[in-house]
Design a protein around this ligand. Structure first.
Ligand code: SF4
Length: 359
């Protein structure tokens, strides 16, 4: 019989499991669940044999039913600017990427939610990779634990301050597993990330935005990337299914329920979406719901048909938005030299898989 994966359990599920499958009474199952949860998620102890103060017999019993094994690091790259990209090997051999972007002493971890992606956004490297499958909750959680181990981030002051679901895949096409992983992240007995420290980024799956407003309750980022439907359809085919009017409605609802502005992600592509007219249309759009804008410098990747906007155009675009009174930031490209920057994540997995096949 296949063992349960520890990192798929929510706190209450673990308690019930210990009660039902290990025949512990209510008080004991609660106490043991709390101890194990803290070992793993607060203290960073990954081997059950290293859990102190637990009876040997209990450890032996739990090992028969639950696996605590982790996915492994296939490759690690560190950029000149400190960005780190890990390529993780999942239990079925698929590969997925996780990226740490430092800002001073702390930083943001970008996690993946799928192997590959179905959405095929034209400027995105991941979109060129075939969709393989959704990640399990445990595979999402392990990305965070592995990064914390690597960064020795088990002190009270966290190095990984923010977690963003902006890696490979569309999180809302893996809604249930993403939601469960966020509940684990938020649990105060363990990793204890507040809702403002977590951001889920969607390419605009409107029906799930409504659902997430009530069930996920974190910050929300919308990959907008164009201010009008005609431009957006060309670079993001999902816009044919859920257009900008749909997104304005669902994002307005999300902002209303969660009382937070929506982050709009906008990658500047030369002669595509970086004109003065685009900036003016974007300003109109931003007036329709509470939002703030993240302008992103485009990172080219091999084979892409788009180019980054030049500095003068970026400055002009930025200033037009700023002068309109909207909140705007310009995200400097990080990790570009290791293909770890936004829109560049495509597992070298494919390359590595191919080379493994050929060996
Ligand atoms: S930008 Fe996001 S949604 Fe679009 S193809 Fe890339 S990973 Fe998928």
């Amino acid at each position: 019989m296949e063992k349960n994966n520890f990192y798929d359990f929510q706190y209450d599920e673990l308690k019930s499991f210990l009660a039902l499958d290990l025949n512990l009474d209510k008080k004991k199952s609660s106490m043991r669940a709390n101890q194990i949860w803290k070992f793993i998620y607060k203290n960073g102890v990954s081997q059950i044999d290293n859990f102190k103060n637990l009876p040997k017999e209990f450890k032996e019993n739990i090992k028969k039913k639950i696996t605590f094994n982790r996915d492994t690091i296939q490759e690690k790259k560190k950029s000149l600017d400190g960005t780190i990209k890990w390529l993780l090997k999942l239990k079925d051999g698929n590969l997925v990427e996780t990226v740490y972007i430092p800002f001073g002493k702390t930083g943001t971890l970008c996690v993946s939610s799928q192997v590959g992606c179905t959405l095929n956004c034209k400027f995105c490297h991941t979109g060129t990779q075939m969709m393989v499958r959704n990640l399990e909750t445990s595979e999402i959680i392990q990305q965070i634990l592995i990064a914390k181990d690597e960064l020795e981030d088990w002190k009270i002051e966290k190095k990984i301050r923010n977690i963003v679901y902006m890696g490979m895949g569309e999180p809302f096409y893996n809604f249930e597993n993403v939601k469960k992983s966020i509940l684990i992240l938020k649990n105060k007995e363990g990793l204890d990330y507040g809702p403002k420290r977590i951001t889920v980024s969607t390419a605009g799956v409107s029906p799930e935005i409504y659902l997430a407003a009530n069930e996920i309750k974190t910050c929300l980022a919308l990959s907008l990337h164009a201010p009008t439907d005609d431009i957006r359809e060309k670079i993001m085919p999902i816009n044919k299914k859920y257009n900008i009017a749909d997104l304005i409605k669902s994002c307005s609802e999300y902002a209303k329920v969660n009382k937070e502005k929506i982050f709009l992600e906008y990658v500047l592509l030369k002669n595509i979406n970086d004109s003065e007219a685009c900036a003016k249309n974007l300003i109109k759009l931003m007036g329709k719901f509470p939002c703030k804008l993240n302008l992103i410098e485009f990172n080219a990747w091999p084979g892409v048909n788009y180019e980054p906007s030049n500095k003068e155009t970026i400055d002009k675009f930025f200033n037009l938005i700023k002068q309109s009174g909207n909140i705007v930031t310009l995200r400097k490209s990080k990790g570009g030299d290791i293909l770890g920057a936004c829109g560049q994540l495509k597992t070298e997995s494919e390359k590595i898989r191919e080379s493994l096949k050929n060996n």
